[in-house]
Write a protein that binds this ligand. Sequence first.
Ligand SMILES: CC(C)(COP(=O)(O)OP(=O)(O)OC[C@H]1O[C@@H](n2cnc3c(N)ncnc32)[C@H](O)[C@@H]1OP(=O)(O)O)[C@@H](O)C(=O)NCCC(=O)NCCS
Length: 259
Amino acid sequence: MSYKKSYEDAVKELSLMLMYLTRVQDNNEFCPYRELSWKGYDFQLMDQLSQEDLIYQPRSRRGYDKYLYLTASGRQRAQELLEEYGLCDKALNERYEFRSIFPHEADQAADIENICFPPHEACTPAMMKDRIEKVPDLFLVAVDRATGQIAGFLNGIATNEYSFRDEFFSDASLHDPSGKNIMLLGLDVLPQHRGQGLAKEIVFQYLRREWEKGRKMLLLTCLKPKVKMYKRMGFRDQGIANSSWGGEQWHEMSYVLNI
Ligand SMILES: CC(C)(COP(=O)(O)OP(=O)(O)OC[C@H]1O[C@@H](n2cnc3c(N)ncnc32)[C@H](O)[C@@H]1OP(=O)(O)O)[C@@H](O)C(=O)NCCC(=O)NCCS
């Protein structure tokens, strides 16, 4: 006899998946790093998910807020459900391994940078190798488990400075291991791995890792067409950056992790 889900179970599971798929990354100085989803679900159902510790519903003096947070177990359960329902999130963590970079992967990273950025914006292979030698733990790579090759990565250096300057791109010796802030230097995903949420997952895992290390703030610069993408990931647009890298006009974006 084939097992059929009850209507209530299906609504609960589908709602949790929707909460996960429509989540945005919160950027609120007054609470630690989290993913939030706007409410539009049955109240009883949300209470049940709260009791099961899959979501958290913040309250203010006026009552419940209009958004909810996914807990770590809620996030994991949603990923399992997506897989169970045959939907495409495909638990990126199963397809990719997320970790710091190894020194022998420097050539791969330099090649990916050249594929992802035009020559006047790309970091040179020499700069990339220098960064990997000096600051491997501030790289986060996604490695395709099927091929063992890097599919994408994010990298940065730590500092106690609060504003981006172009020297961070070219001089990895500016890295201060005890720096409270991270200057992000590049987000790259190879074309064949794009469009499935990999960049978002890399950024998510990077933010969580650095939040756990007690970092305060992350800063990056990006061109105007990418401002919306980073805002959706929880970054704030601070306006035009003090950067003329590649002769372009850049926006400075910030993400506060801990205050
Ligand atoms: C930009 C890039 C990292 C996106 O990688 P990806 O894995 O395809 O991105 P995701 O699938 O995680 O998409 C995340 C979000 O960004 C948006 N997005 C993806 N590529 C985008 C692009 N080129 N321009 C604007 N927005 C983009 C997606 O629509 C998605 O939005 P959503 O949150 O509303 O769903 C990848 O295209 C790349 O490496 N490009 C070249 C290098 C580059 O531009 N890096 C970032 C500049 S600082």
